[in-house]
Write a protein that binds this ligand. Structure first.
Ligand SMILES: NC(=O)c1ccc[n+]([C@@H]2O[C@H](COP(=O)([O-])OP(=O)(O)OC[C@H]3O[C@@H](n4cnc5c(N)ncnc54)[C@H](O)[C@@H]3O)[C@@H](O)[C@H]2O)c1
Ligand SMILES: O=c1ccn([C@@H]2O[C@H](COP(=O)(O)OP(=O)(O)O[C@H]3O[C@H](CO)[C@H](O)[C@H](O)[C@H]3O)[C@@H](O)[C@H]2O)c(=O)[nH]1
Length: 328
């Protein structure tokens, strides 16, 4: 049997794309998911083990059954705004469940762990180049919870020999170019899918969250990276660990920043349709600008993003939005 990788959150947006990439690389991805925000139909490239990360007995059972060579940990709550309103939910689900998973991983004798972290751990650092050495000062509970797991991984690395690759993603966008899987959050909160729904008439309009940020056009700037490129980096991260290389942090972004208004303008060009917009207030917890200044993944992992041009990401997302599987 192929080597098994346990993919927590394998029924979610990024986890389902990771399962596809792992399968293509010769691994058997076993998705572990409670289907709270993910969907059963997205688990197409290996088996689904339904379970909650809070359930240690269920985790132990799944580890014993599949004996994975590595864990890829995507399962989390990840809404910045919600984390500001209900921090306990984030500390409980992301941090306590993360600890549970790390302990189950170690108890099963597995030592390779790939973790989804985020540029939200940096907070709002105007003018600072964001790379792996930049100090992290999260401004929302979501970012705080992710930084806590990063700290845990370092501690368990020192104490128990847990080897980890931590990926700090910037804004993940796009969809599988074959449209087998795509972005399908319920509820959807992300800019590009909401905008495409507004373009398609499935929502009345896109609300622009704030136009008084200290940026050239007043809207927030983000660094968008294609989900297929992102998961390719995960396979490289897994091979890094399998080769016995040391625990390492990598930022994953395109290095290009686009404002909300620039994304809207590009979507107009790609879809050749108007984007109905409403000017709204700022969303609590949003940093003005988050753009990766790192080339470490390119240099050390040999990562070569193929589809992270903004137009390509929007075009792939638009194709997915028109696929029969997509439901808004
Ligand atoms: N989407 C982005 O732009 C982005 C950016 C930075 C980091 N991330 C991180 O990437 C990871 C995946 O994000 P996504 O956009 O695919 O989210 P998602 O909501 O689509 O996927 C998360 C999956 O985890 C599952 N899950 C949640 N809590 C669980 C629990 N307690 N037990 C078992 N399963 C559980 C959900 O059902 C879902 O399938 C998250 O850790 C997120 O913080 C995402
Ligand atoms: O309806 C919307 C939705 C979003 N935005 C704006 O668009 C930008 C991108 O917002 P997203 O919600 O698409 O993404 P976030 O930047 O909030 O969050 C993403 O990136 C974060 C790091 O910045 C986290 O990692 C998080 O998990 C991930 O979803 C932000 O400026 C936001 O204010 C709008 O104007 N209107």
């Amino acid at each position: 049997m192929a080597d098994v990788v346990l993919v927590t959150g394998g029924a979610g947006y990024i986890g389902s794309h990771a399962c596809k990439a792992l399968r293509a690389a010769g691994y058997l991805p076993v998705a572990y998911d409670n289907l709270s925000t993910g969907c059963r139909e997205a688990v197409k490239f290996g088996p689904l083990e339904e379970g909650d990360l809070a359930d240690r007995a269920r985790l132990d059972e799944v580890f014993a059954k599949w004996q994975p060579v590595a864990v890829m940990h995507f399962a989390a709550l990840s809404l910045v705004g919600e984390s500001m309103k209900d921090p306990a939910k984030y500390w409980r689900t992301n941090v306590l469940c993360g600890l549970n998973l790390i302990e189950a991983t170690l108890a099963a004798g597995c030592r390779n762990f790939v973790f989804s972290s985020t540029c939200a751990t940096y907070g709002d650092q105007d003018g600072v180049v964001l790379n792996e050495d930049t100090p992290q000062y999260p401004i929302n509970a979501y970012g705080g919870s992710k930084r806590a797991i990063e700290d845990m991984l370092r501690d368990f690395g020192a104490s128990h020999g847990l080897n980890s690759v931590i990926f700090r993603y910037f804004n993940v966008a796009g969809a599988d170019p074959q449209a087998e899987v795509g972005e399908q959050h319920v509820p959807e909160t992300h800019l590009i899918p909401l905008m495409l729904d507004a373009i398609a008439g499935k929502r009345p309009a896109l609300t622009v969250f704030g136009s008084d940020y200290p940026t050239p056009d007043g809207t927030c700037i983000r660094d968008y990276v294609h989900v297929s490129d992102l998961v390719d980096a995960h396979v490289l991260g897994l091979k890094w660990l399998e080769a016995g290389k040391p625990s390492r942090v990598f930022c994953l972004g395109s290095g290009e920043g686009y404002s909300v208004r620039e994304v809207i303008a590009r979507s107009r060009e790609v879809t050749n349709r108007e984007v109905p917009i409403i000017e709204g207030d700022r969303r609590p917890g949003d940093a003005a600008k988050l753009v990766s200044g790192s080339t470490r993944a390119l240099q050390e992992l040999g990562w070569t993003p193929q589809r992270s041009a903004l137009s390509t990401m929007i075009a792939d997302a638009w194709r997915w939005h028109q696929a029969p599987e997509y439901e808004s």
